[in-house]
Design a protein around this ligand. Structure first.
Ligand code: ADP
Ligand code: MN
Ligand code: MN
Ligand code: MN
Length: 374
């Protein structure tokens, strides 16, 4: 096969040859790929080992370790880090009985690593367990060629202006759908709770949705969905970036809208409970913005301009069916008088553990008088 320039060399290897080896019988052994978040708080790492039999639950998968000095996670000369398996999925690449396992990272002293936001999130989700908090996150991303120019865009220029691309069809409107379809199937096979997908406003920008997921499952499922996205893109030789504003100018940025409901909000009279939660969120805007991208708001500054279907990073606003607000109450929820709300502020590269933790804390835990101080 010929490399067309902007795709990777490894994606041009002969994939028919690969299939012969993947088809070899495996007998009773099981391959388990451990996945973790690296020291950047955005990057994912993985490595694989053989187990003698298929694990039935995540508890059957042993702890492991890795060299933290090679993942921006080391602490001085103690560079061994612990991998603690927390959520198990089927492996859509090497197929059953092989597994993917998402891990928490602990330092040499068994305290959570700096970018292990799951640890704190889990504690909050356990505290609010009886409120049955559900999340659904809309992950937007942009496909890039190996030259980091958006995939399918003219080499030295721009495609036509935004308009025909959102939910578009046709070779001139939808760039890279193969990746979207393969990723969707891979998520379903793995057991990731993906619930939909669509083409976005900027060409070669796409979205998938995960949810509804209760509590800690939101972060677990979104991180594994991201791993699968990067892994599928690797096969096709292109890059998926979660940068919240990959192209400056008149091009939409990429967010990770976070939809939220508690049992009370989903029941009759729920709209009032939603409005109470929004009132609390309005008093904690800056605290939330700090948690909505990995750089304390710096990344989101480029995206939350008040243009391109975003609100300004400096202001809090809320409204029914308003896509220019920080918080949107979907029209249907306004009509039904119950349901969920959407926080449109999180950036595409947010850590879902940090986002869901701060939302649950503000809406369900922080006592009213402490809000401004927190
Ligand atoms: P939008 O109209 O904002 O583009 P999407 O259809 O892309 O909305 O995404 C809707 C998201 O809301 C999905 O992730 C879905 O799982 C989530 N969701 C639906 N119902 C609830 C609920 N009751 N609580 C929390 N999240 C929900
Ligand atoms: Mn959406
Ligand atoms: Mn979207
Ligand atoms: Mn949305």
């Amino acid at each position: 096969m010929v490399n067309m320039g902007s795709v990777s060399d490894s994606s041009c290897l002969n994939k028919a040859v690969r299939q012969q080896y993947l088809n070899l019988p495996q007998r009773d052994k099981c391959q388990v790929t451990y996945i973790w978040i690296d020291g950047t708080g955005e990057g994912l790492r993985n490595k694989t080992r053989t187990l003698d039999c298929e694990p039935q639950t995540v508890e059957d998968i042993p702890e492991w370790n890795f060299d933290g000095s090679s993942t921006y996670q080391a602490e001085g000369s103690n560079s061994d880090m612990y991998l603690i398996p927390v959520a198990m999925f089927r492996d859509p690449f090497t197929l059953d009985p092989n597994k993917l396992v998402l891990c928490e990272v602990l330092k040499y002293n068994r305290l959570p690593a700096e970018t292990n936001h799951r640890h704190r999130c889990k504690k909050v989700m356990e505290e609010v367990r009886e409120r049955c908090i559900w999340f659904g996150m809309e992950q937007e991303y942009t496909l890039l060629g190996m030259d980091r120019h958006p995939f399918g865009w003219p080499k030295n220029g721009y495609p036509g202006p935004q308009g025909p691309y959102y939910c578009g069809v046709g070779a001139d409107n939808a760039y890279g759908r193969d990746i979207v379809e393969c990723h969707y199937k891979a998520c379903l096979y793995a057991g990731v709770k993906i619930c939909g997908t669509n083409a976005e406003v900027m060409p070669s920008q796409w979205e998938f949705q995960v949810g509804p997921c209760e509590g800690i499952d939101m972060g677990d499922h979104l991180w594994v969905a991201r791993f699968l996205l990067h892994r599928v893109c690797e096969d096709f030789g292109v890059i998926a970036t979660l940068d919240p504003k990959p192209m400056v100018g008149n091009w939409n940025g990429a967010g990770c809208h976070t939809n939220v409901s508690t049992r009370e909000m989903r029941e009759e009279g729920g709209l009032q409970v939603i409005e109470e939660a929004i009132e609390k969120l309005s008093k904690n805007h800056n605290k939330h913005i700090k948690e909505y991208d990995p750089r304390g708001g710096k990344d989101n500054m480029r995206r939350l301009t008040g243009l391109h279907e975003t609100s300004s990073i400096h202001d809090f606003s809320a409204g029914v069916a308003n896509r220019g607000a920080s918080i949107r109450i979907p029209r249907q929820v306004g009509q039904d008088g119950r349901g969920y709300f959407e926080d449109r502020r999180p950036a595409a590269n947010c850590d879902p553990y940090a986002v869901t933790r701060v939302i649950a804390t503000t809406c369900l835990l922080v006592p009213e008088e402490d809000e401004e101080k927190e």
